[in-house]
Design a protein around this ligand. Structure first.
Ligand SMILES: *Cc1c(COP(=O)(O)O)cnc(C)c1O
Length: 334
């Protein structure tokens, strides 16, 4: 199968499975799992933070971070298209009693500084207490401009806000921009990093930040049901991914560019943008269902919409991309 729907679809490689099978484990709720402790320390060091905490998912890692920064009746400023606002079931509001204050993302994924400033509420009984600015990098595959991040965080700090980065794909941002993971994480009080996306692990995210934030998040993690036992088998996959699968993300980025250039040759397709491992393209609405079904028959999984997203990852080769592009070409030629 050629699966272009997401970079979450990768299967653990034989070498990763061997590392998982060999993992030394203990009960992590008791703090006894040496592999989890090693993963947390390793990721914290790579991100330039004091401490790390292993989570079963990025959704739970982001939520625990939001709950560590904000209390009941507090508010966080976030992008309309940010994962923590749009794709996490409203967890901050439902489970955290935290009010989101969404702002429309600019085309480059940033939140305009004047709109952040205008959204910060004065201290007044009428208003939720604005406590946190949450950004995402990459967002829609795009790397946030470095100067922008510095300015946004300076603005937040100046107004007494904490800052969180949803860095699910921060490794893609690092490889694409040539900045280190630590440099991309440095401005933020906490960062959530996914291992189940382009890095190819089956499960797992690590939240990094100050010892205080991580300690608070640990309590929320337990309450949210994320305290795991012999989770070293999973942490071993993440350690393997960190060691072997970061630099190779460059290949996924090249394949995304190759895919975008291929689709751009088709008259009926309008490529809107591509960045890191994602391509966004528009297709004639009335053709989408037939095209998706025809691709599926050929072993190619997509989610064909008027505005479609294609994601490259380690289980896709250049030849797979060529096969997809030629199948789309054939569809419109026939
Ligand atoms: C995937 C993702 C997450 C976390 O998702 P889980 O499926 O819960 O691991 C968070 N933020 C972004 C931007 C993501 O792409």
């Amino acid at each position: 199968m050629i699966d272009l729907r997401s970079d979450t679809v990768t299967r653990p490689s034989q070498a990763m499975l061997a590392a998982m099978a060999a993992a030394e484990v203990g009960d992590d709720v008791w703090g006894d799992d040496p592999t989890v402790l090693r993963l947390q320390a390793t990721v914290a060091e790579r991100a330039g933070k004091e401490a790390g905490l292993f989570f079963p998912s990025g959704t739970q890692s982001n939520l625990a971070a939001l709950m560590a920064h904000c209390g009941r009746g507090d508010e966080y400023i976030v992008g309309q298209s940010a994962h923590t606002y749009r794709n996490e079931g409203g967890g901050a509001a439902v489970l955290g009693s935290i009010q989101p204050q969404p702002i429309t993302n600019a085309a480059d994924g940033s939140l305009p500084l004047d709109e952040i400033a205008a959204a910060i509420k004065p201290i007044d009984d009428h208003f939720a207490r604005t406590r946190l600015l949450a950004l995402e990098n990459t967002i829609g595959g795009k790397v946030l401009p470095a100067g922008y991040v510095a300015d946004a965080v300076a603005l937040a700090k100046g107004r007494g806000l904490s800052t969180h980065l949803d860095g699910a794909r921060v490794c893609n941002a690092a490889v694409a921009s040539g900045q280190s993971i630590a440099a991309l994480c440095a401005p933020f009080d906490s960062v959530s990093i996914c291992f189940s996306k382009g890095l190819g692990a089956p499960v797992g995210s690590v939240l990094v930040g100050s010892a205080d934030v991580v300690e608070s998040a640990r309590r929320w993690r337990k309450m949210l049901g994320g305290g795991m036992r012999q989770s070293g088998v999973l942490a071993a996959a993440c350690l393997y991914a960190l060691e072997h699968n970061v630099d190779r993300l460059a290949e996924d980025h090249e394949n995304a560019e190759h895919l975008a250039r291929g689709l751009a040759e088709i008259d009926e397709v309008h490529v809107q943008s591509w960045a890191t491992n994602m391509v966004f393209a528009e297709f004639p609405q009335e053709q989408c269902a037939a095209l998706e079904a025809s691709l599926k028959e050929q072993g190619i999984l997509t989610q064909m919409l008027y505005a479609s997203r294609f994601v490259t990852h380690m289980d896709l080769t250049r030849a797979d991309i060529d096969m997809f592009v030629s199948a789309v070409k054939k569809h419109f030629a026939g």
